[in-house]
Write a protein that binds this ligand. Structure first.
Ligand SMILES: NC(=O)c1ccc[n+]([C@@H]2O[C@H](COP(=O)([O-])OP(=O)(O)OC[C@H]3O[C@@H](n4cnc5c(N)ncnc54)[C@H](O)[C@@H]3O)[C@@H](O)[C@H]2O)c1
Length: 345
């Protein structure tokens, strides 16, 4: 008989419906309970997602329910508390991005999960987009020749109302940063993943518009581990928010792509040919109907449990993009180039 993996969700805010809907779509997953410290949120969320049990205390839920995986959807700087608690109860974790907001917390999460023998998976759902998968394949096959330039334009817009909508938003302690740590982290993860890692950063981070503690506008000069150089721009200050754009070019080809769209795909001898992307949410790992990128990662974690393997994106790997961002912040503060591998809190 096919095994079903029991999921619970901690944190019933904005991102939680993506998990609940993804769990409903994923063939091997089912939602058994949810938790939020605000009782009304937990109760309403449970009522609109299959009338599952709800709790206001994560530990009580972990103690009372039979849970295989916990989706962690609390504010970023609280991720470690829930992940370490879940590990204590032998529960696998699928944690929202960013993994946490400093290296000490993230390492403690990885260590706790390793010590308990549970999996720590991290959400970076944009890695499942077909455009990203196709670019990764082209890079890995050597189609670009030597890659020389790789840039990311991550221009979002969030208004003051957004920053005022939760006490944690736009704070160093719980958001961990601004345009880069919250919104830009997806694109920074993407470009770092595609380039095989970031060697060093040289950054200018500014708070130009919003009344927060953190940056809303940033430009970074980047050296990648594969020898390429490039820039990253990240904002929440550019109305109305422009599309995410990545530009990667080298000796034998260039690609411009965005959120599951390929704008340019040009290679010598037309090899490899430009892939066709039919569906906005097309995910190459997705073999069932109507799936979302979150569902792909939720099913992937369920399969990892069923098959005794690792999830597609582990906690160890998810540390890297946060480390790049922490290095960017240090570079901006100290006005100098920072080597990412040398970063320590
Ligand atoms: N993958 C994505 O594209 C994406 C998009 C948005 C947010 N996120 C991430 O999801 C996380 C949550 O963001 P959000 O926008 O949903 O925030 P939110 O403020 O809307 O929701 C967070 C919820 O967690 C609850 N909470 C706080 N501490 C708790 C605890 N100890 N136990 C139980 N519940 C607790 C709060 O009451 C709140 O309801 C953040 O880390 C954010 O970066 C990811």
């Amino acid at each position: 008989m096919e095994r079903t993996v029991n999921y619970a969700i901690v944190g019933c805010g904005r991102i939680a419906p993506f998990h609940a809907d993804g769990i409903a779509m994923a063939p091997s997953a089912r939602l058994v309970a949810v938790c939020d410290i605000v009782e009304e949120k937990a109760r309403d969320f449970a009522a609109s997602h299959g009338n599952v049990k709800y709790y206001t205390d994560a530990e009580e839920m972990f103690r009372n329910e039979s849970i295989d995986v916990c989706s962690v959807c609390v504010p970023s700087g609280n991720h470690h508390e829930i992940v370490i608690l879940a590990a204590k109860y032998g529960i696998n974790v699928l944690c929202e991005k960013p993994l946490d907001v400093n290296l000490t917390n993230m390492q403690a999460m990885v260590d706790a999960c390793n010590a308990s023998g549970v999996r720590l998976g991290a959400i970076f759902q944009r890695r499942t987009y077909q455009a990203a998968q196709e670019v990764k394949k082209a890079i890995d096959s050597g189609a670009f020749g030597k890659i020389t330039l790789a840039s990311a334009s991550l221009l979002f817009y969030r208004d003051q109302e957004y920053y005022d909508s939760g006490d944690w938003r736009g704070t160093w302690e719980l958001d961990g940063g601004g345009a880069l740590m919250n919104q830009g982290v997806h694109g920074i993860d993407m470009i770092a993943w595609l380039m095989g890692g970031v060697e060093s950063v040289n950054a200018d981070c500014q708070r130009l518009v919003w009344d927060t503690q953190v940056e809303d506008t940033a430009v970074i000069r980047v050296r990648y581990k594969n020898g390429a150089i490039g820039t990253i721009e990240g904002t929440t200050s550019v109305y109305p928010g422009l599309e995410t754009i990545f530009r990667i070019g080298g000796e034998k080809g260039s690609v411009i792509f965005g959120d599951n769209k390929i704008y340019k795909w040009i290679f010598k001898d037309n090899t490899p040919p430009c892939p066709v992307i039919e569906d906005e949410y097309a995910g190459t790992n997705c073999s069932y109907d109507n799936c979302t990128p979150h569902a792909v990662q939720i099913e992937d974690m369920a399969q990892a449990i069923i098959n005794g393997t690792k999830p597609m994106l582990t906690g160890e790997e998810a540390i890297q993009s946060v480390k790049v961002i922490l290095s960017i912040y240090r570079s901006a503060r100290e006005s100098k180039e920072i080597k990412v591998d040398n970063y320590n809190d």
